[in-house]
Design a protein around this ligand. Structure first.
Ligand code: ADP
Ligand code: MG
Length: 319
């Protein structure tokens, strides 16, 4: 199958159509009509085989994850995802692989009402670049730079499971086989926090999605907002699997420095705290308050209110 047949066969039949997409796949560009009283947010993420996912990752997972990491960035802005373009570099045309990859892409797109509006297809080492766009009400979006000292620090979901799966794959830790299936699924099929992002938009002062690890990504908020922060280690949301698989210090360390969580980290002022918690609980979204920002320029940690030092280069324990 040649390039144009491949595009037609795999990428032009899709479930979602937006009225704002005046022209989709098939021309030199897609055309989008401007939307009154809204902003458009734009992001791009690339996944390279062997760097962003293990070489033996299933094509369905690769398709899912390529879209998910982009929707996670859209969620961190408090936006609703709308459409994506897909630049795909393939070593060869493997139709079974492509069918599965497309299932991963389109299942997630359909779930979040996202339309594929264009892309590029080339030959080379496997790599996937997606550009995603989303919309927010005009001038209402979240940034990394809005935190003030004294704001509360929250995360969605649980931290460290995807990193635990990766450490098991690398042969550094033992994980019981049923548990591995569960956390491997979290590594391969992350769920972008699209709904949570739009809910917290009304309450949060800043937000970021957790792709590189809690401490690293909190560092981005602190730097952009010119604040410091303290993390209460005893408050970290650790899954039962993580607690059961590692010593507690190692579990905390993975939650602090392991990547690939794709949860949201955000700050909220004292005044907005109750409103935020109520709105999220009505939506059935679990969040945990893990600390507070402060006037220092550093990130500190406490355990049962006592200051402790941590190594944020988390994988030393397993090296
Ligand atoms: P051009 O040469 O003008 O860049 P192409 O021949 O590469 O256009 O692509 C033809 C059409 O197919 C374009 O509309 C492009 O956006 C779309 N397309 C190409 N590859 C993909 C892909 N992987 N996913 C979605 N659309 C694609
Ligand atoms: Mg092209």
């Amino acid at each position: 199958m040649k390039e144009f047949d491949l595009i037609k066969h795999f990428f032009t039949k899709q479930p979602v159509k937006h009225k704002e997409v005046v022209l989709g796949i098939g021309d030199d560009c897609a055309v989008i009509a401007p939307i009154e009283n809204q902003n458009i947010v734009v992001t791009t993420d690339t996944l390279v085989a062997g760097v962003h996912f293990p070489l033996d990752t299933s094509p369905r997972a690769i398709g899912h994850k390529s879209v998910a990491v982009n929707l996670s960035d859209i969620a961190a802005m408090g936006a609703a995802p709308s459409w994506i373009s897909l630049a795909l570099t393939l070593p060869e045309v493997d139709e079974i692989w492509l069918k599965e990859f497309c299932a991963g892409v389109f299942d997630l797109c359909e779930f979040y009402n996202v339309e594929l509006i264009g892309g590029d297809t080339t030959q080379g080492p496997l790599s996937i670049t997606i550009t995603a766009q989303g919309v927010t009400p005009k001038d209402s979006y979240l940034t990394r730079s809005g935190a003030s000292k004294g704001d509360w620090l929250y995360v969605t979901g649980e931290l460290g499971d995807a990193a635990l799966a990766l450490q098991h794959i690398f042969g550094n830790v033992e994980v019981e086989s049923n548990n591995f299936t569960t956390i491997k699924n979290k590594l391969d099929f992350p769920k972008p926090r699209v709904l949570a992002g739009q809910i917290i938009r009304e309450y949060a002062s800043s937000a970021i999605d957790l792709s590189d690890g809690l401490v690293a990504d909190l560092g981005h908020i602190c730097q952009a907002s010119n604040v410091g922060a303290n993390i209460a280690l005893d408050a970290l949301p650790l899954s039962v699997i993580l607690r059961d698989s590692l010593l507690i210090e190692d579990a905390m360390n993975l939650a602090l420095s392991g990547g690939d969580d794709y949860e949201l980290l955000f700050t909220v002022s004292e005044d907005n705290k109750i409103g935020l918690e109520t709105a999220l609980s009505h939506a059935g979204i679990s969040v945990t308050c893990i600390g507070q920002t402060n006037a220092s320029q550093t990130i500190s940690t406490t355990l049962n209110n006592k200051s402790v030092t941590i190594k944020t280069t988390g994988f030393e324990h397993f090296a």
